[in-house]
Ligand binder design. Structure first.
Ligand code: 5RP
Length: 225
């Protein structure tokens, strides 16, 4: 699948997910390029009269939603009925997220939702999660968390936009350590270990999160639960 086919698959997945949105739905608005397609499609439905509110999971999602004319709310004011979010890897109900560094707010909103619909292109589906795990850390905790990740068997690397830039800073003002652990066939224990480290704000292992997955294909969308 080349880049433009992938992009088309993402758009198909995002647009299909929006078909699940009904009047009165409070929608968790995910981050990343696939979720952006869903947000724009939702904006078109709002223009056509659909009555929904959105809870953005990132600065990026908020900007796109405002641009698309979607009324926004917060977790303090509304219960999220349905979250639509992307993923970097999908293994059954387990996800690896945080490629955009937005996984802390994504996890809060996705976990609060009655139902999480994941949107992705087919390259994201894997048998076993094996990409590096993004770990958002308070800036002061960067070194102790990196040391603890090594003790857990991982190889942490501070995320930078490129080799010459300073570190990537999350929407929450924190740093991201991308932590290579190799294949993670049963990520529950690692997820708990990472969550327990002082200074870790959130990590990108979303264990048992996906209720439904919309995978764009070359010409259609495959939906599975
Ligand atoms: C951001 C995320 C995104 O959902 C994930 O990176 C997928 O992005 P894309 O749809 O652009 O491939 O977790 O933190």
């Amino acid at each position: 699948m080349n880049q433009s086919e992938r992009e088309a698959a993402k758009r198909r997945a995002g647009e299909r997910a929006v078909e699940a949105v009904e009047d009165g739905t409070v929608v968790g608005l995910g981050s990343g390029s696939t979720a952006a397609h869903a947000i724009r499609a939702l904006g078109r439905e709002v223009d056509a009269g659909l009555d929904v509110e959105g809870v953005p999971t990132s600065f990026q999602a908020r900007e796109i939603a405002v641009d698309a004319g979607i009324p926004l709310t917060t977790l303090d004011e509304a219960d999220v009925t349905l979250a639509i979010d992307g993923a970097d890897q999908i293994a059954g109900r387990d996800l690896l997220k945080g490629g955009g560094g937005a996984h802390a707010r994504e996890k809060i909103v996705d976990a609060a939702a009655d139902r999480l619909l994941v949107v992705a292109d087919p390259t994201k589906e894997v048998d076993v999660l094996d990409d590096p795990v993004p770990v958002e850390v308070l800036p002061d905790a960067r070194t102790p968390v990196a040391d603890a990740v090594r003790r857990l068997g991982g190889r942490p690397e501070l995320r930078r936009a490129d080799r010459k830039s300073g570190p990537v800073v999350s929407d929450n003002g924190n740093l991201i350590l991308d932590c290579e652990f190799g294949a993670m066939p049963a990520p529950t224990g690692l997820a708990a270990d990472l969550s327990a480290l002082p200074g870790v704000v959130e990590h990108g292992l979303f264990v048992d999160f996906a209720d439904e997955v919309c995978l764009g294909t070359e010409s259609d969308v495959t939906v599975f639960e």
